[in-house]
Structure formats: structure tokens, C-alpha cells
Design a protein around this ligand. Sequence first.
Ligand SMILES: *Cc1c(COP(=O)(O)O)cnc(C)c1O
Length: 225
Amino acid sequence: MNLKEKLTTFKKQLPPTVQLVAVSKTQPAEVIIEAYQTGQRQFGENKVQELLSKYEQLPRDIEWHLIGHLQTNKVKYIAPFVNLIQSVDSLKLLQEIDKQAKKNERMINCLLQIYIAKEETKFGLSFEEALKLVNSDEFNQLKNSQVIGLMGMASNTENQQQIRSEFHSLKIFLEQIQATHPFISTLSMGMSSDYKIAIEEGSTLIRVGSTLFGERKPIIQSQQQ
Ligand SMILES: *Cc1c(COP(=O)(O)O)cnc(C)c1O
């Protein structure tokens, strides 16, 4: 199957409640255009530099999601156009997003990235930290940014039961937070290896790369985000 067939088939199996963000990191613009031609509009990138250069080359009606760690000093580069920042992991970052959104006279939607994996390498807030954040005065004062949901990554493991229980814990936490913050309703969880479990556990937004585009070539990790 070529990319267009793969993408079309993939989308058909998704429940109507689940949105697909095609994770296009490391893929060249031509490949993204091919996906775009099937009607796909939501794309996810994990590096600011790469996101910026693709935004400049590609159609303006693409909805760009930032899914990777974001440094405060880089918010200004993506603030004019980013559709959803999925990786907010501190109040300080959220305040900077709010400030840059105001400068651009727009509203920026965000997800709080929650740490659910049993691994030390992943970014994110604990449940406790996230609760504290959304209940703070500073959070209430934000005007140009809005937290509309949560994002989480499960452990990179073969243990399906563990993955399921990590996703489940995030769904339960979302329900808890929603009781007082009803607009926090998006649940971004699931990637190529675990999106089926994520959907069963209540995901409303999946982030899928390699299943659609093929395995990424290993890239040399640079310091640039
Ligand atoms: C790369 C990435 C994905 C997609 O991973 P695949 O295994 O290629 O589907 C999803 N979420 C985040 C945060 C990523 O960095």
C-alpha cells in the first residue's frame, strides 16, 4: 500500500470520536503533501525548528501540533500559527505561551503532558502537579491560552496490561479534573504501537507516525528542539 491508501484505510477503522494527528517528524514536505491530499489536516512535529520550516513550506490550512518538549525561549517562534501545544509541562511554560499568544492577538490551545510511564526519560507533570497547576490563581489569570485536555505516553514495553493500566489511570484522572474544569476534555494518548489500547481506554486523539509513514531513519540527536 502507498501512503495515501494506508492513511485512508487507517482512518476508516477509527471511531468517529477519535481524531488522528499524523506525526510527520523527520518526513520531508513532499510526503506531508501526499498525506494532505487525502484530506489529512492535523500534523504533529516534535522540534520547533522543523515545525517552523515545514509551516513555511506547506499549505496554510494545516493544523500544526507540537508534541515534543518545548523550551520557554522557543515559544515565540511557533506562537503565530501553532494549533495545539500538546506538551505543556509547567506553569512557567503556560504563562509564556499566554504572553506570546497575546502578542499575536490569538488564543493558543494546549494540553498538559502528564507523566504516566514507568520510565525516567519521559517529560511531564505528575497527577498531583497537574491538579495544583489547574487550581492555582495564576492558571485562572491566563487569557490567551487555554488548557483543553491532557496528553500522556505509556511505557515503551511489550506488556499490554501495563500500557492499558497507564492509559486507564490518565482517563480516570481526566474525569477527576473535568469535574471542576469541564473544558479539559481532550485526551491525547496512543501512538503506532499502542493506539488500539489507547482508544479502548478513552483516547480522543491519537498521534501516529511510523505506522503511516514507515519507520523513521535513525537521526543524530541534536541539542536543537
Ligand atoms: C514520535 C512521536 C509519536 C509517534 O510515534 P510512532 O511510534 O511513530 O507512531 C507520538 N507521540 C510523540 C510525543 C512522539 O514524539
